[in-house]
Design a protein around this ligand. Structure first.
Ligand code: 8X3
Length: 248
């Protein structure tokens, strides 16, 4: 299978690319950082095609896809993984620029990739889109404001795609992870404050990028007549803790 992964230079994307190539699949790894992709390409060989792409630059996406060589052109699976959380402040203290950047990548980038790749899947009557949502798309939490709202978009967009794809064999899943440690995601979320980011993952066992990649591989290799609509996954240590009340 040919699997296109956005955000393939680190985190879930890189872990998934490595697992898929080890299992004999071919991967188109998309990211902004050419040198990171080249490093991965060197270790994975010809089964990994590095494609430099900034998903937030939606106009450049078609041009990047046009560069794919013939044997990577048919995309069997699109993994819309690129995404970021920026800031953990409440809405009244957040930076507008952070909000706009999350919308550009998490929503507009995911829409643009889907728009570019879905028509060919429908034409072939086969294909699979896996979106990376988040528990934040369902459960509100302090500081989640726009990040959670972008993931709520991803969840509902995924379900609406399912509705549009009635009668086709094209599948869509929304994978909704909770707390995952050891990736760049948390450093970005805390604007590069590594100490603060590290503290979030202290004292319990969070999930790892490998855990998420394992689930993605399982989804990709699931039978073609089965559609996982949504899949929410958390470390055991993370759970629901009810609503809260501020007393006067
Ligand atoms: C992020 C989920 O639990 O780290 O998508 O806030 S969590």
């Amino acid at each position: 299978m040919n699997i296109l992964i956005t955000g393939a230079s680190a985190g879930f994307g890189e872990a998934l690319a490595r697992q898929l190539v080890a299992k004999g699949h071919r991967v188109i790894g998309c990211a902004r950082r050419a040198e990171k992709l080249d490093g991965i390409a060197q270790s994975l060989g010809e089964a990994f095609f590095p494609l430099v792409m900034d998903v937030s630059d939606t106009e450049s996406i078609e041009a990047a896809l046009a560069k794919l060589p013939a044997d990577f052109r048919t995309i069997d699976v699109l993994v819309n993984n690129a995404g970021l959380a920026l800031g953990t402040e409440p809405a009244y203290k957040a930076q507008l620029d952070d909000w706009m950047r999350m919308v550009d990548t998490n929503i507009k980038g995911l829409m643009a990739l889907t728009h570019a790749i879905l028509p060919a899947m429908v034409k072939r009557n086969s294909g699979y889109i896996i979106n990376l949502g988040s528990i934040a798309g369902t459960w509100p939490y302090y500081g989640g404001n726009v990040y959670g709202a972008t993931k709520a978009f991803v969840q509902q967009f995924s379900l609406n795609l399912r509705a549009d794809l009635l009668g086709t064999k094209v599948r869509v899943s929304n994978l909704e992870p909770g707390n995952v440690g050891g990736t760049e995601f948390s450093n970005v979320r805390y604007h590069g404050d590594e100490e603060k980011a590290a503290k979030v993952y202290e004292g319990f066992k969070s999930m790892s990028a490998e855990d998420i990649a394992d689930i993605l591989v399982w989804l990709i290799e699931s039978p073609a007549h089965v559609n996982v609509n949504r899949l929410e996954v958390m470390p055991v240590a993370q759970t629901y803790n009810g609503l809260t009340i501020a007393k006067d």
